[in-house]
Design a protein around this ligand. Structure first.
Ligand code: MG
Length: 375
């Protein structure tokens, strides 16, 4: 690992695990974190959780699993160019969405509203809760006992109120410091991945058209390039070639802008990088185009009436489940009933947040459809 830059996280400057363990054989500490994440239940559930399109709407839409793999791929490419810790970046990227509820943002908004008087629900905090507490796999501890830097990267956002209870992990939200460069990178790789795959999925679903997207500079420029160099390309290939070029523009801009910022500040350690202003960033013109693209997607895709109908169903499903379980915890599966004895609201939120889209739909049917014979 000697090729890592002085500002990269590595074993020598890591704050380690909450519970000390013997060093792994034949792999780094952060490879071990990544492996624990890949073997977790929450990771496998990502296959049936979605962001914009619900899992049963089509086999080719992104799921949270394929999204997380795309984030990891993008983040690793940039990490390698900037001599950051690629293993750490991969672990953070694969874990960053573990705490997401079923039905994407609508599910999470509904659960947050349900939990308003009971401590709230934040999906980043839930991802941390999954790796710190909820996974029950190891004999010696709850959770996955990941390294500080992996947990720091997973906790992308956090309210000040919750940060106060998180010790060293919450500190940066109270003192306006940034996380490691690896964590900053995963945050932007996430943005690159979802903006571009939402364009691709939006076109595939027919909710967006090439004409509409031609209003957006980040799309229209590569589209014109591809049309010029490859006239008569079938539409699916045209879209893919355009989206791939959009991603390249962003990855190259992110790499070069960040390289320049790092060179200017020349941090000698990860802590110096944490104290500096954000060093992983897009250049201003690309940032402006990304904001334009986001605004376009909000207007034309996320607020599309067909997406809104599915979101409304997702919200209703989450609210119904929450209401049913909290008014009668005996409806919960036995292991959650035990937890509900302590805090029925948090136990219910944990149970619902862990559900995949299809499990939540089935569970709703089991609780509310009187004609169903199955329980
Ligand atoms: Mg994400």
């Amino acid at each position: 690992m000697s090729s890592l830059a002085p500002y990269a996280v590595d074993k020598r400057n890591s704050r380690g695990r909450r519970l000390t363990e013997p060093s792994p054989l034949g792999r780094s500490e952060f490879q071990r974190d990544r492996d624990r994440i890949v073997h977790s239940n929450a990771f496998r559930r990502l296959e049936y959780k979605t962001q914009v399109f619900v899992n049963h709407e089509g086999d080719l839409f992104r799921t949270r699993l394929t999204h997380s793999l795309e984030v990891a791929q993008i983040a690793r490419s940039v990490a390698r160019s900037l001599r950051l810790n690629e293993d750490l970046v991969e672990a953070i990227a694969l874990a960053h969405d573990l705490g997401h509820t079923p039905f994407g943002h609508s599910g999470q908004d509904a659960l947050n509203a349900c939990m308003k008087d009971h401590g709230g629900f934040e999906h980043n905090l839930q991802s941390l809760r999954v790796v710190d507490v909820l996974e029950e796999r190891y004999a010696a501890f709850d959770g996955l006992n990941l390294c500080f830097e992996t947990r720091e990267g997973i906790l992308k956002h956090c309210s000040r109120a919750n940060a106060r209870h998180l010790g060293d992990l919450g500190e940066r939200f109270l003192s306006d410091r940034r996380p490691s460069l690896e964590a900053q990178l995963c945050n932007l790789a996430d943005e690159i991945a979802y903006n571009n795959h939402d364009v691709d999925d939006g076109l595939r679903s027919g909710l967006l058209s090439l004409d509409q997207l031609s209003e957006v500079a980040a799309f229209s420029r590569p589209l014109a390039e591809v049309r010029q160099h490859h006239p008569g390309l079938p539409e699916r290939r045209l879209i893919h070639e355009t989206v791939r070029r959009m991603i390249s523009v962003l990855v190259n801009d992110l790499t070069e802008t960040s390289r320049g910022k790092i060179r200017d500040v020349a941090p000698g350690s990860p802590d110096e990088a944490r104290r500096a202003p954000g060093l992983i960033a897009f250049g201003a013109p690309v940032r402006r185009e990304q904001l334009e693209l986001k605004a376009f997607l909000r207007e034309h895709l996320y607020r599309h009436y067909r997406v809104q109908r599915m979101a409304a169903k997702g919200k209703r499903t989450v609210r119904d489940l929450f209401e049913a379980f909290t008014s009668d915890p005996r409806l919960l599966p036995p292991q959650y009933q035990t937890k509900a004895a302590g805090d029925p609201f948090r136990a219910t939120a944990d149970y619902i947040a862990g559900m995949t889209d299809r499990f939540a739909i089935r569970e709703h049917r089991r609780l509310f459809a009187v004609e169903e014979a199955t329980i």
